[in-house]
Ligand binder design. Structure first.
Ligand code: 0RA
Length: 634
């Protein structure tokens, strides 16, 4: 048998496999990208960008440009080595084609130790390709420019040389297939937050992001890395020392990079990452951090007579702590497919060793900071003791366990939580309309008064003294704080409905922060939504159309023509019950934004900006958002 025959056979057999693979992706897209909703859609971009991030982590690229084009397609460009263009022996195809069409290409010819792509969420660019109406790959490598195009994953021909260059890099463009997704509308803010986070976790990279649909550009580069990340997360809080403590080191092949800074707040904001991928459920690296932190602070406190005769618990050492734990390691193992929790035990020992060594060194060298931290932890210990005593003694137990629901709650008749929705509505008048407009079989309404929930400043034991927080807690039914039990909740859709103005955004932020900090599983399970009331009603005679943004309004005006009437809704209160039902509450017509952990993390930060001690960031936020409101006010 000659070589060419051999290659031919391999080629045919592989091609059939590739086609079958791509077909499988299109039959069950959710299996490959998690879901076909907005989350799955955004994963497409993350997957492609993660490949470029891998090239950055391997030390070959520094710049990534992401563009959402005017037609909704996406372009991701990097200045790395370029995907290999040569024919891969035994495959009979170029490296580019294998990378972009073979489901199992990951790792085949890429010896990158800390891969993010192709990992847990990482499914390979071939999956993105299969779910795209078209994709174009352009590679600059070996002195030439190379190109290959695809339709729903199938190449239009072999990789072609289309020009000369002395640069290197990879550019991938794609248009998500509308028939595969519930929505193909990328969200600017979601993407901005993701790219910012990736830039914080890779201090080498510069990510430029342009959204041509709205003419906005952002660039992210943070030479300060995780320390800059922590400072960013603490915007608006009052740090107890500055700069954040940095703990870096390498043990057993695990690179550990941690920054931590305490503020005078009571909440904990510790997030963890493996190879720049967020691990919302923590895992071994987080456990290693926690145990070493507790032990190191106890040891230091005992040795230096700062703790008298108390022993700190883990939670005492994390009150008011903002920290980012970023590790890089080969072949991380996760505990489950969907929940992102690290299982590799080597990460626990490595992180614990680095933290114990570097933190005790830091404390020895910075006794003033050490004093401040120990004092904070001791205060937390005392607060916890006080709370426990109060809990035993007072009414809070009976309050939460009482079977009577809040008087303000208009409950639904359905009892199966999976079918029930609760609308948390700003203001009594909108609450009244919502009560009248709702479908009372499955929709409950809880009106709340404006600015209520300063979770930041309130200690755990004081939260339930707030009427509004108590009402919310009893209505939702899972309790509050560390003991929150998601299996006891009474509704699987918790919908925040506020006016579409700065105050409304503020109240939504407060509620999201409460959920994020005190009822976290609600966010993780995807039970929290923002209602999206329309901004305009365009009418002419008997015709009418509700519009949810300016663009839709302009289109409706154009369609109805001369003499049509445009009214802008400034608040929910301007809609009568029937209108509120039709536009915002009827599952057939309404638009709701499902809150993802990422949104909640940003809300948590925004919350600190709004409620924290610094005036300047708050002023900036309000000005920034005032602009948006003015823009809407045409
Ligand atoms: C495999 C091998 C090599 C680079 C890449 C893949 C690569 C993939 C992507 C995806 C987006 N940007 C990328 N940049 C590089 C390295 C081969 C070598 O030069 O040794």
């Amino acid at each position: 048998m000659t070589d060419s025959q051999d290659n031919g056979e391999v080629y045919n057999e592989k091609s059939v496999k590739v086609l079958k693979g791509l077909e499988a992706v299109r039959v069950r897209p959710g299996m490959y990208i998690g879901s076909t909703d907005t989350r799955g859609l955004h994963h497409l971009i993350y997957e492609v960008v993660d490949n470029s991030i891998d090239e950055v982590m391997a030390g070959y690229a520094t710049k990534i440009r992401v563009t959402v084009n005017a037609d909704g397609s996406v372009t991701v460009e990097d200045d790395g080595r370029g995907i290999p263009v040569g024919i891969v022996p035994g495959e009979g195809k170029s490296g580019v084609e294998i990378c972009l069409t073979d489901l199992h290409a990951g790792g085949k010819f890429d010896q990158n130790a800390y891969k993010v792509s192709g990992g847990l969420h990482g499914v390979g660019v071939s999956v993105v390709n299969a779910l795209s109406t078209w994709m174009v790959a352009i590679v600059k490598r070996d002195g030439s420019v190379w190109q290959q195009s695809y339709e729903i994953g199938i190449p239009d021909g072999p990789l072609k040389q289309i020009g000369k260059t002395n640069e290197t890099g990879t550019t991938i463009s794609f248009l998500p297939d509308k028939t595969m997704f519930e929505t193909t509308d990328f969200d600017f803010t979601t993407l901005v937050n993701r790219f910012r986070q990736e830039a914080f976790l890779n201090r080498m990279v510069t990510i430029e992001f342009e959204d041509k649909r709205i003419g906005k550009t952002e660039a992210f580069h943070y030479s300060g890395g995780v320390s800059a990340f922590v400072k960013y997360l603490n915007t608006g809080k009052t740090p107890l020392y500055d700069p954040p403590i940095e703990l870096q080191g390498e043990k057993s092949g695990v690179e550990v990079d941690i920054a931590m800074q305490y503020s005078d707040s009571y909440s904990e904001a510790v997030s963890s990452y493996v190879n720049t991928v967020c691990t919302p459920d923590g895992g071994t690296h987080l456990t290693g951090f926690r145990t070493a932190l507790t032990k190191t602070l106890n040891d230091y406190g005992q040795t230096n007579n700062l703790l008298k005769d108390i022993v700190l618990e883990g939670s005492d050492t994390r009150e008011g702590l903002t920290a980012v734990i970023s590790i890089k390691m080969a072949n991380p193992q996760f505990e489950s497919q969907t929940k992102e929790k690290l299982g590799s035990s080597v990460a626990q020992t490595a992180v614990a060793a680095v933290v114990a060594e570097k933190l005790s060194m830091y404390l020895e060298e910075n006794p003033a900071v050490a004093q401040v931290i120990l004092k904070k932890a001791r205060f937390a210990f005392e607060g916890r003791e006080a709370a426990r005593k109060a809990r035993d003694a007072t009414r809070r137990k009976s309050l939460l366990e009482s079977t009577s629901l809040p008087g303000k709650l208009a409950d639904c008749s359905e009892k199966d939580p999976a079918l029930c929705e609760i609308y948390i509505v700003e203001g009594e008048s909108a609450g009244g309309s919502a009560k009248m407009g709702r479908d009372r079989t499955f929709q409950a309404i809880l009106p709340i008064r404006g600015k209520i929930l300063n979770v930041e400043k309130a200690r755990q034991d004081k939260l339930l003294d707030h009427d509004e927080i108590r009402n919310l807690t009893i209505a939702i039914g899972g309790g509050i704080g560390p003991a929150f039990d998601v299996t006891k909740i009474r509704y699987h859709k918790i919908v925040i409905m506020t006016d579409a103005d700065v105050d409304g955004a503020h109240i939504a932020t407060l509620l999201l922060t409460l959920f994020y900090r005190q009822m976290r599983p609600l966010i993780d399970e995807g039970y929290v939504y923002l209602a999206m009331p329309p901004l305009y009603r365009v009418s002419k005679g008997k015709q009418q159309k509700y519009c949810y943004n300016e663009d839709e309004m302009n289109k409706a005006v154009a369609a109805m023509g001369q003499g049509c009437n445009v009214s802008r809704y400034k608040g929910l209160g301007e809609m009568n019950p029937q209108q509120l039902w039709e536009t915002t509450m009827d599952p057939e017509n309404r638009i709701m934004k499902r809150i993802m952990v990422q949104d909640a993390v940003e809300a948590d930060r925004l919350f600190s900006v709004l409620m924290g001690d610094d005036v300047e960031p708050r002023r900036e936020f309000i000005i920034e958002h005032a602009k948006e409101v003015v823009n809407l006010d045409v």
